[in-house]
Design a protein around this ligand. Sequence first.
Ligand code: HPA
Ligand code: ZN
Length: 353
Amino acid sequence: MTAGPPPSGPQPPCPLPKAELHLHIEGTLEPGLAFRLAERNGVPLPYAGPADLAAAYAFTSLQSFLDLYYATMAVLRRADDFADLARAYLARAAAQGVRHAEIFFDPQAHVARGVPLAEVMRGLGQGLAAGGERFGVSTGLIACFLRDRGPGAALDCLDQLRGYRDQIIGVGLDSAEVGYPPEPFAEVFAAAAREGLHRVAHAGEEGPPGYIWQALDVLGAERIDHGVRCLEDPALVRRLAADQVPLTVCPLSNLRLRVAASWADVPVREMLDAGLLVTINSDDPAYFGGYVDDNFQGLERELGLDGETLRQLAANSFRASFRASAPLRPAAVLPAPPARPAPPARPAPRPSG
Ligand code: HPA
Ligand code: ZN
């Protein structure tokens, strides 16, 4: 039997295989799912329906987004809700070429609403396992501390997470940035490092370059989330480039939150030209108008990035992932490993006899 003629007409683009490294699972709550969960849990949403909710996504700053993001997650009440959310994300992510995802969640935002951490962890665990297998995506969870709730609350959060140590690969720092520098979180990040957890931090999204320096030097962050404001500080750019610290840049997020006024202000080209290890990510895709490959397509369409550059960005995402599980660089807050004795110059002679 001979194969039929190749299909004619334009083929759907095949998304590049990639890892997603900056994705808040709560930010994948699509309006339709939000309303289904609202009904299932008897939690009213102050909108007429999904279209009315989506029409409210006209943000003017990070805070204007966070207000809606925290309010809408009220519909997430039970383990099944978190499982449905995680599975729905993985279905969409796989269709966008994602093979591996390191996924943020906000434990404090749920516990503060009276949702037990056990429900959150059980649901995310189930949804990621089932969806990961069904859609062929490997995953890891990163628990983020809410910087506007302060370091004491973050330490309490880390204590609670100890019961779920095998379910998380790392900790992060998110929520309102300006006025909440990383430095006060030194103790909780050091404690996380002692637990063997990876460390990342949002910095340089709305906040100044100094927050990136603190994330690196005080928190021992292995990756910087966003980090676009690093370009204001040439010494910082040199440091990030020399150490090849991954930056998880989120173009559609930057546009929707007015971090960038237009595509021309999304500094991906400048960052690549400066030798930075840039990765492209979706942040809160249900709110920002697209998933990760939509970000790639925007870079191609609006900034004219060519195929080779897009492939480089996709390759960077695997290189910057924790999949290999070893930290990419020694963490500043970890004590130096004990010195190893120098290896013998030549193999020791076999014992005879
Ligand atoms: N920045 C800070 N905190 C967040 C974000 C973000 O883009 N999304 C969800 N929490
Ligand atoms: Zn984020």
